[in-house]
Design a protein around this ligand. Structure first.
Ligand code: BQZ
Length: 694
């Protein structure tokens, strides 16, 4: 990252402070400049939910011939009709861009994460990049909603195939798919749901991956099993349809209770750490409801998954899905994912690191380029988040506590936001029409965004200086770094740690840009750059002063993980959670944001929702709740041999493209299959087995 042009020396900084000490502190926010035009390359073919799939029994089913010959006829596997639920999910041919598919081949992913193990609901990461999305199915599904007409927008049925609300709207009865089985043949039923809810979401000692907490589903919400295939939610609010989004990927994807429950501390002598780590990546054939099962793991090399013979989805001709027999996750870097997808040695990438854009565009422009690259809307955005806890979240020392007190001061947050040259930051990532100034809060170009409600404090170095002077942060020892006032952290230099993810060049480049811009301001910001899993753990446990990170889905769609927009609960927010005394010390404006988010969830009146989000955006941006940095479009890169890729699939909206493109329907015509499978014609073994069986 190039040095910012105004990185002043210590002397000029001192002169700067004295010259501006009397500067008027009355810069009013403006509205952000309209983002430069950047149209997505293609639009979805908008449809209704029933155009995509339905649940029904078909007259007959089929499977790859090698399964019938090598497994069913050999008595190793029941016939396919016994492996499917009573009414499987049936994908409709008319919604499949290239129609009924053919079996075989593999999608070769390349990822920058690393698997901690398979216990997703116990809090382990599998390395991201679509592994978890392909293994763990959830009550509802939202990734494909990008193609659903606005007037029908509601989470898609999935493990919950239907639901109905009570007259008063406080009860939601859900009907699970009946007769479906885990990939090892064990029945899927409400026992799996209740184990996830009672012993993982409600248990304060367990933090499921992607952060499900009791507040994710509303304060006081209860869930009970009515029978094997029926569950009932009871909500404080009436008709909180919002929570159906929370029941999708990330926050309600139950695990196989038949092998997890015996490891849980409530049912064993295990500690919570032992429970979380009970299924390391070396444990193959971990039972899933998803389309592919892990059958091979080579550290820092590759994870291979094979098709789930009990997968509960079919096409309209009764062919059991998925079409693709194998999945690869090459354990590399996120930047390498772009390079390999463009070069053709990998098959898929979400082009999300702006530094890669020009090269990726150049390579993909050739007629014989192996992959097609398709830009979507500006849904990738970064913000500087400040730890807003004043009562001990993350166990701060005196210096860190003093920084948090500053973080909680609006004049301090205004000073920081006005010292950020966002145009320079964006241009330093990539020149051209891609990046846009991002003030923070809801993204421009999205359904609930309102420019007039967005307060933007433009770059104003002098005002930033004056605000810090006004806070008594003065360089008393002449070393070029402001000092805390006497009596605060011993009057030491103002040093602030900045957490960022080393798995992404963009994260660390932006973080370095922030550090460079703070230097002339007289703040010493110290890089605390960590790899993905460690970074996530440090943020989740409050061990940070500042954090530069990519914004989650709720700032794009609002309806996905709405509760993430404010600290509605003790442990749900990204940068303000309960302190060591178990309480949440919200500032008055944060209380307002919580009330707005709760009101949004409690109403399904669209006009009211729009007004609520305008108010949210105003309060968020006027108070600089987080310091927006830059926003830009992502591009989907997929090898040209794959068919059934939906038009206009965004890399990130309600979910990531790994969910959005519906990979279980993707196929490669037989004549185009290059033979990349590593374990052709094999299936996952029973749990704990020795890998794929043939
Ligand atoms: C996409 C995604 C699929 C997590 C992760 C990673 C973690 C975060 C985030 C993205 C990766 C890819 O994102 O960057 O393009 O493939 O996996 O899950 O950034 O560190 O914690 O939220 O989704």
């Amino acid at each position: 990252m190039r040095k910012h042009p105004i990185a002043l020396t210590g002397a000029s900084l001192l002169m700067g402070i004295s010259a501006f000490a009397v500067y008027a502190q009355s810069v009013e926010p403006t509205t952000p400049p309209p983002p430069p035009e950047f149209a997505a390359q293609s639009e979805p073919n908008f449809v209704g939910i029933s155009d995509i799939f339905e649940f029904r029994a078909l007259d007959s089913y089929s499977e790859p011939a090698w399964i019938t010959e090598n497994f069913v006829n050999e008595g190793k596997l029941p016939p396919v009709e016994e492996r499917l639920p009573v009414e499987p999910m049936v994908y409709k041919t008319a919604n499949m861009p290239d129609g009924i598919g053919e079996y075989g081949d593999v999608m070769r992913h390349v990822i920058g994460g690393r698997p901690e193990g398979w216990n997703y609901i116990g809090g382990q990461s599998q390395g991201w990049g679509g592994i978890d999305i392909g293994m763990y199915e959830c009550l509802t599904r939202t990734g494909p909603l990008f193609m659903v007409r606005a007037d029908e927008l509601e989470p898609l049925p999935n493990l919950a195939k239907s639901w109905e609300w009570s007259e008063d709207g406080h009860e939601l009865t859900m009907h699970l798919i009946e007769g479906a089985k885990w990939s090892d043949g064990d029945p899927f039923d409400s026992e799996d749901i209740m184990f996830y809810w009672e012993d993982n979401v409600l248990d304060p000692n367990v933090s499921p991956l992607n952060g499900a907490t009791p507040q994710s589903f509303g304060e006081g919400t209860t869930l009970e099993a009515i029978d094997e295939y029926t569950i009932k939610w009871t909500f404080q609010e009436a008709f909180p349809t919002q929570y159906l989004y929370q029941m999708a990927y990330g926050t309600f994807c139950p695990g196989p209770s038949h092998i997890l429950k015996p490891e849980h501390p409530k049912y064993s002598d295990n500690t919570y750490e032992e429970y979380k780590n009970a299924f390391p990546p070396e444990y193959l054939n971990f039972p899933v409801m998803g389309a592919w099962v892990p059958v091979e793991y080579r550290p820092n090399d590759i994870i291979v998954l094979r098709r789930n013979p009990y997968y509960w989805k079919v096409d309209e001709e009764g062919n059991q899905l998925p079409y693709l027999d194998e999945m690869h996750y090459r354990l590399s870097t996120w930047a390498d994912r772009d390079v390999q997808a463009v070069a053709g040695s990998g098959d898929f990438s979400n082009l999300e690191q702006a530094e890669s854009y020009v090269e990726a565009l150049r390579r993909s422009a050739d007629d014989d380029a192996p992959a097609r690259l398709q830009f979507g809307a500006r849904t990738i955005g970064y913000a500087l988040q400040m730890n807003m806890s004043g009562n001990g979240w993350g166990d701060p020392d005196a210096r860190a506590q003093a920084v948090r007190e500053l973080n909680r001061n609006l004049d301090f947050r205004k000073a920081i936001t006005m010292a950020i040259d966002r145009q320079w930051l964006g241009d330093a990532l990539v020149r051209g029409p891609f990046t846009a100034i991002y003030p923070g809060g809801l993204y421009a170009g999205t359904a609930y965004y309102d420019a007039e409600s967005t307060a933007y404090y433009p770059y104003n170095f002098e005002e930033a200086q004056a605000l810090l002077d006004g806070l008594g942060l003065v360089d008393t020892d002449g070393n070029g770094v402001r000092n805390f006032p006497e009596g605060t952290a011993g009057g030491q230099d103002v040093e602030i740690t900045l957490l960022a993810n080393t798995d992404y060049a963009t994260d660390t480049n932006l973080a370095e840009g922030v550090i460079a811009m703070m230097e002339p301001l007289g703040l010493r910001v110290i890089a605390n750059f960590q790899s993905g899993n460690a970074r996530d753990d440090m943020q989740d446990s409050g061990q940070f002063d500042w954090s530069v990170m990519r914004q989650p889905a709720e700032y794009i769609s609002v309806v996905q993980n709405t509760v993430g927009l404010a600290p509605v609960g003790l442990r749900n927010h990204q940068f303000h959670r309960a302190g060591s005394d178990g309480t949440l010390d919200l500032l008055p404006f944060e209380e307002e944001l919580v009330d707005i988010v709760n009101a949004f969830v409690a109403t399904d009146d669209n006009a009211e929702r729009a007004e609520l989000m305008k108010e949210y955006q105003r309060i968020f941006t006027e108070n600089v709740y987080s310091v927006g940095l830059t926003q830009y479009p992502g591009a989907l890169i997929i090898n040209k041999r794959f068919a059934n890729i939906p038009a206009g699939a965004p890399i990130f909206m309600f979910n990531w493209a790994e969910d959005n493109i519906i990979r279980e329907r993707v196929y490669v015509p037989a004549e185009d299959q290059p033979g990349y499978e590593l374990h052709p014609q094999t299936l996952p073994d029973v749990p704990g087995g020795n890998g794929p069986v043939s």
